[in-house]
Design a binder for this molecule. Sequence first.
Ligand code: NZQ
Ligand code: ZN
Length: 387
Amino acid sequence: MLNFNYDIPTKVFFGKGQISVLAEQIKHYGSKVLLVYGGGSIKKYGIYDIVTSILKENNIPYWELGGVDSNPRITSVRAGIKICRENSIDFILPVGGGSAIDCAKAIAIGFYSDSDPWYLITKQAESKNALPIGTVLTLAATGSEMNMNAVISNLDTIQKFVVFHPLIKPKFSILDPTYTFTVPAYHTAAGVADIMSHTLECYFGHVKDAYLVDKIAEAILLTCIKYGPVVVSEPENYEARANILWASSLALNGLLKYGKETGWCVHPMEHELSAYYDISHGAGLAVLTPNWMNYVLNDHTVDQISQYGINVWGLPAQEDKYSTANQAIALTREFFISIGLPTTLTEMGIPEEKLAVMAKSAVNGGTISSFRPLNAQDVLNIYLNSL
Ligand code: NZQ
Ligand code: ZN
């Protein structure tokens, strides 16, 4: 196991009714709030009313940035920074899924900078300060509620970039599973695929003696396989929603990387798809993940992929490890189909036309992944296999 520094500072308030801590928590960090939300789901399903009532009852002044798109845009980030500066706002409260939270994080880090926020994001520029953030999560998927990442799209340049910065880890996150009851089946399933992808990208790697962390990863995968179909077919099943919600946070709060050497691979490939075609991130991952596993299967990776088949899918240990690994990959693909996700790019309306350009952009002149490094040609091959 490699050395690591544990640093997951977000306070989590998990469970039904935990919104009751909201005002008290905000008051620890700020006094004037920017409320950030998406295209209207929080208004439709009552969460907006709950949150704004709490702010009013507690005399906490707030401003609003609504209409944040899925795959949030740099234009929303710029608008949010402007509101914060004009009104001396000192706390940001995203209420929604990963898109609202990521937009809030980019506003938080852009607030103190003289540079345009797109420059900060693309250059991973040093930032010495950020506004504090607290989140009210409404969709289980990205783990943004506990991590240091924000993913922002720029429609002018057709790019989607991730900014990583410790200062944008949320101070607190409120995770009420009942707030996720209304997530439509497709976004629910895409969220499950995202959680599984975060877990698999950390699970597969060269460090083989991080047993405990790998067992945690397997537990998250087993949770997705057990409860994923339930959250899709029974959206108000509390037990299922609660388990998937906590899985989403644990899969990408840093825990699965401790003691390991991890790298991202399917994610940069998918970010190109959603940059060019504005698709749901999790659905793109569902298409790419089995094709990626199939592509990287070789004598160096077969042990781990077959181990995944045995420990996660309950396959019997066989002498022919390739057979077990191939069955595990097939089961992964069938699982995504069973919860209503696409398994080809064609189904998502993505043609071959721009795949070569996207492949180059995904590797950014180098290679991606720590499991088996992939260059632009490898990525293109995976895209083509996914058509
Ligand atoms: O916009 P509204 O109206 O709120 O509707 C949203 C949106 O249409 C809807 N929704 C959310 N909560 C709901 C709900 N509908 C009904 N009831 C609710 N309770 O669901 C749709 C998707 O929401 P969005 O926030 O876009 O989804 P998600 O959480 O999957 O976030 C996706 C974004 O996060 C990035 C993705 O690339 C994408 O841009 N990621 C962020 C990461 C991070 N910060 O660590 C890591 C991920 O790998 C990912 O890249
Ligand atoms: Zn993801």
